[in-house]
Ligand binder design. Sequence first.
Ligand code: NOJ
Ligand code: CA
Length: 704
Amino acid sequence: MIRFLSLILAGLSMPALLFSQSVTSPDGNLKLTFSLGQGGVPHYSLSFHEKPVLLASRLGLTTLSKPGLESGFNLLSAENSEKDETWTPVWGEVSSIRNHYRELAVTLTQPGAKNRNLTIRFRLFNDGLGFRYEFPRQPELSYFNVVSELTEFNLTGDHLAWWMPGDYDSNEYLYTTSRLSEINAFEVFASKEKGEKTQAGEYVVQTPLMLKTDGGLYLNIHEAALVDYPAMNLNVDRKNRSLSAHLVPGPGGVQAHLQTPAKTPWRTVILAEKATGILDSKLVLNLNEPSVIGDVSWIKPMKYIGIWWEMHVGKSSWNYSDTGNLKLAETDWSKLTPNGRHGATTERTKFYIDFAAEHHIPAVLVEGWNVGWEDWWGNWKEEVFDFVTPYPDFDVAGLQAYAASKEVKLIMHHETSASVTNYERRFDRAAGFMKQYGYDAVKTGYVGRIIPRGEHHDGQWMVNHYVRVARGFADRKILLDAHEPVRPTGLHRTYPNWLACEAARGNEFNGWSYGNTPEHETILPFTRLVGGPMDYTPGIFQVKMDYYQPGKKEAVKTTLVKQLALYVTLYSPFQMAADLPENYNRFPDAFKFIEQVATDWDDTRYLDAEPGDFILAARKEKGTGTWFAGAITDENARTLTLDLSFLTPGEQYQAELYLDGKEASWDKNPMVYEIKKQVVTSEMKLTLPLAAGGGAALVLRPAN
Ligand code: NOJ
Ligand code: CA
């Protein structure tokens, strides 16, 4: 009944149904219906408590050689199965994850194309749907080129959307909140900003796309296990409230080059009646393959500091000299005239190592240590960095010994400047150099236009590159954090050494652009973080940049305390304390929170949230009984209530509360705070007053 209704609603003429079959979620609330209509065209629809969520939506792909995989299908088989298992992530927000779904796998055949086969596999969880296309090995389909994917998500109304423009090269945008019918990506094109941006179209958005229906249902559309395929943007049909796949193109108009057996990533739709349900969902992780790394004992979440923010605020430079137009192989780097502002010196690195050792921060990142930064960006140049030659003022061997003596790890930096051919050629030597000098974590970066020229950051070739790099580092027991990669799709389950990615607009924008809005960090967990952890680089205490240079307008649009709360509300196993040690030394009592906060968790409770407004979360540190709580708000001051019933009943906890000062606000008085201590129990509720653009951060430590 619902199916027929939805076909009419979708504005399609009633197709003669060749076949139709449904499957429900384990709790029976969600129902997926697959149907094969007139002309052998496949569709699916989704309902929740018998109300449509997705109306009949098309499935299929067009290919370079005709006919494509879009019509003329008959049913070959439809198989149902169910799985219920619990698995243990190597690290994460919780210590164990249940993977419970019902599956329907339909195999279709095309009599008009020598009975070519295609399987569409649907998995229905209590909190949503995943489905993908599978292309079995077969005589009539070996090599083929996908020109477009026809997958649709036909929505039931003009939902509210939290979206960013569709783009082939960048995710470093602010989010816009609007009705679907009001989406216009070109209106928010921030051309004045640094970074590589290639907008996909006026009515194209990126995933994860967050939606809310007028009935109050939250929906999130994304993808899982993106491997050997381009990333998916979404075309928005504003009139018909319909979304459709818009793959990132490769050169020559082909989006994916495939060889059977092959499969697409999973298309995912997460559903929740409360906003916190989206944050709780493990659907994307469950659709990824288990870890391929055997011994994972070396993989450890961590906090770090780094020679980094000082370059972003213009206090020091990545480059050693101010000489331009240098050729990597022909330059004698020891003869260059130093500019006197180089950040990554031996002395400065030792200062950071000392600070890390003193404050129990396990690691120090050093950017600008290697030659090539004199003209690294903007020229689409291939030979920029070699990843093995330090600047003359950076003593690699000496620092290795110094860091080891203080039990601090150094984190390598590989900025590729998007010259990926160069990086791949030099990868083995670069990784060997790291091992030689005791580096077992690396931050990569892809600023600029991609080489091979014609490829995009989010296209199939680069998607494969990021995975190659993650595997290459896993083989050498090296942890990875990637900046400017394609947005994550849960692959950290498969490659748990791949701790984090940037792939969104991080705190860095506050140093040199008009920055992030006070609401930005309340949206990220509902969008970008649905795919995996982000290296957002929180912890900026000196929030106004005129501190460094009078007249500078740039500022972090949060209070200092909100920067603390982000360690809890923005999940990542790789968290930077991003400000300069000098600034932390000005506020040692506030830094105590960063010093204590954990990066790995046994349990997580998203207690209350609304995208664009606020988030309240509590997490239990792995292996201890200590809880940390974080609350953040947008530009509006608000009071949240922290119900402590998650604490162990009957136990007393010593609570430390880091609160916005009474007069605090992100724009007028961002750096005032109060620290309170009190004993609490599970029966109590704490009132947390959050300033405009503010937050609250708590440590709750068992008293005994
Ligand atoms: C952009 C990265 O996001 C940032 O963290 C890094 O400092 C610069 N590129 C330079 O590599
Ligand atoms: Ca970046």
